[in-house]
Design a protein around this ligand. Sequence first.
Ligand code: FUL
Length: 469
Amino acid sequence: MKKNALFLLLFIATISSAQNNLPKPTKAQLAWHGMEFYLFMHFGPNTFTDLEWGHGNEKEEIFNPAKLDCNQWCRVAKAAGAKGIIITAKHHDGFCLWPSKFSKHTVRESKWKDGNGDVLKELSAACKKYGLKFGVYISPWDRNHPDYGSEIYNDVFVNMMTEIFTNYGPIWELWWDGANGEGPNGKKQVYDWARFKKTVRQLSPNTVIFSDVGPDIRWCGNENGIAGTTNWNTLNIDGFEPGLHAPTTDTLNAGNVNGKYWIPAECDVSIRPGWFYHKAEEDKVKTPEQLFQLYLKSVGRGANLLLNVPPDGNGLITKFDSAALVGFKKLRDESFKNNLALKAKALITSSDSIKFRGLVNDKNVSTFAEITDCKNEIIQLHFKKSTKINCVILKEKIKDGQAVQKFYVQVRNNKQLENYINSTIGNKRIVTFPALEVDDLMIYFLEGKERIKISEIEVYYINDNLTEK
Ligand code: FUL
């Protein structure tokens, strides 16, 4: 009997490892999926001029954050449960938050610390201290640099990235903004994207590069932090270029079902109306409940959430933003504390059999259940005692690609049965619905591109006010 069981396990392991033809994430992309939620920080001359897009001719002396404390930024990020920080090292106004040798418009020319300050140095050190990943936004568009609009600017951009990667690494994510206008001489730049990408790959092969069209991470198509209800991690980018020529925003939002490359979506959104700090927006900080909704519509749809929290003119995150972030963390902690799936028995049932095949409710994402016949097999979670639920989290084994195209969650007891149809799963899918006391939770798969691999199913009863609106 024992021998048979061992044989069966080996057999299952062999089928499970069978390769498919789906696009797959690289190791760095897979690790990126695990980051789920992190902070964006827009900081620079705009913080002091009350602008969103600086003109590039702002005097350097205006940049003077008297109390700047990157440790405080990191403490806030930690308290929010964020896993990293991406900082605007250079926004469109061209001002560099580090003393770049390739510009005369930097912290070195400012009054801050008599020109001896370096925000990237302080933030990269603080991130290391607090165990946060460090990412850098560097705008290709530059409204200050005298060489912008000429071939020389491509050298400048490469040199700036080289400085950043050499002096402040490791850089986990690099953000190339898509906005692209004229420089100080009225000329537009023809970017050498192939060279930029090669430079980054050479300097730091594990950095993931974001732009509207990848190469590693794509824009979700809006600045509201909302991924598509259908969200493929795959996209076709042949013939497209960052900032110039991208698929439609609808396509960026949903991905391409048969996309050739693994380029998952990142949802960027600000905690306030603007990206930079504005005193007038102090009472417009999103509430913990609004942030929770954004979480459901980004992370809960298989994307990552990049939430912007802009430091103020003192160089600190305000008490309004940090209170909202702490409240947001509390809502997540309370909602996802008690995984009711751990109390259920999981089976794969089909018209002619009931099988136990792999674990979906063991808190271990490396084990998984495989659906070999998607029209016929159902995952069933049976609760010995009727249990009130309104939230199901599903995770696909994306290491082997993304397969689920259409599925539905069925909740039922001996009097009532409700179905909730959904499309993709990917890294994580959070499905919420009106609460019901259930005996069984069934997952029916209607369409799958390949064999479906579900690594985890979690079940919760969250506050009724928090279900997806
Ligand atoms: C946009 C920029 O123009 C905004 O200023 C901001 O940085 C946002 C995240 O990306 O393209």
